[in-house]
Design a protein around this ligand. Structure first.
Ligand SMILES: C[S@@+](CC[C@H](N)C(=O)[O-])C[C@H]1O[C@@H](n2cnc3c(N)ncnc32)[C@H](O)[C@@H]1O
Length: 271
């Protein structure tokens, strides 16, 4: 397996799309009590601050980090625009996490498996472990690989023959707060079932007067993980008391849940 550079698509217009349109969701209330109960906290892959900014607004002591400086710029703008103090945000990949503080809680929402490869992700969990205080808690979510019926079929050899998928002529279009009309079009380019690795491409555009006036090309690589793999990876990184929840609710996961949440502890000095 190659240790190639991490690659995400959360830059430029994609970052603006996130800042405009990804502001809510059940994750915000789900992760909140963990952050409130254990501070200081760190939001790894915090993006444009969908979770971070509401927690800052509630007075929590929480820092953020993300591989994309563009996402962080928009997170900071949002926090400062709300009259909050400028947050401590670090442009850093998860597997390169190296921060001056240690945390009681670290959350990862929608960020695990993105950008890097399996080695990066194992290293990322080790770095997170190092950044927790003894007895601290990691709360990390993962979308199971069998959620998306369209993507699931590419585990089969014959189906992969049709990759890369063609571009759609038009993608999802939405109008931003200043009237800018954004469009995103994604396609699956490659799937490696041995590495469980997906490569996607994305065209992000701005439309004006019925034409695309700006267009950007981005690529995202992500590794798909089954639930028991992540449990093993967490244990290998040193975590203990690993609990599973699902659906952003206080209940164990079932076979039809799309998102599994891992709540894992760094041992205390005594243990
Ligand atoms: C789906 S967004 C989630 C953002 C935020 N946690 C939320 O829930 O709104 C994924 C974020 O992960 C970041 N990211 C992707 N790969 C990363 C990596 N290897 N290390 C750190 N951040 C990464 C992206 O830049 C993006 O901001």
């Amino acid at each position: 397996m190659t240790a190639d550079a991490a690659q995400t698509w959360h830059y430029g217009l994609v970052a603006r799309w996130w800042a405009e349109f990804n502001l809510d969701g059940p994750e915000i209330d789900y992760f909140r009590p963990f952050v409130e109960a254990g501070q200081p906290a760190l939001d790894v892959a915090c993006g444009t601050g969908r979770l971070l900014v509401p927690y800052l607004r509630a007075g929590c002591d929480i820092d953020g980090c993300d591989i994309s400086p563009d996402m962080l710029t928009l997170a900071r703008e949002r926090a400062v625009g709300e009259g909050l103090a400028s947050p401590s945000l670090y442009a850093m990949a998860m597997h390169e996490l190296d921060l001056p503080r240690r945390y009681r809680t670290i959350i990862v929402c929608g960020g695990f498996g993105l950008g890097g490869n399996r080695e990066h992700d194992s290293e990322g969990l080790k770095r997170i472990f190092e950044h927790l205080e003894p007895g601290g808690t990691l709360v990390l979510d993962n979308e199971v690989p069998y959620t998306d019926g369209h993507q699931w079929k590419y585990w089969l050899d014959d189906e992969r023959a049709e990759l890369p998928r063609p571009w759609r002529h038009e993608g999802e279009r939405r109008t931003g707060s200043d009237g800018t009309e954004f469009e995103l079009r994604a396609r699956l380019v490659a799937f490696d079932p041995l590495a469980q690795r997906v490569t996607m491409e994305l065209k992000a555009a701005i439309w004006r007067d019925g034409e695309r006036v700006v267009e950007e090309d981005h690529e995202l690589r992500m590794t798909l993980y089954f639930t028991h793999e992540i449990e093993l990876m967490l244990a290998a990184a040193g975590f203990v008391d690993i609990q599973l929840q699902a659906g952003y609710e206080d209940r164990p996961p079932a076979g039809n849940d799309s998102f599994v949440v891992f709540i894992a502890k760094k041992p205390t000095d005594e243990t």
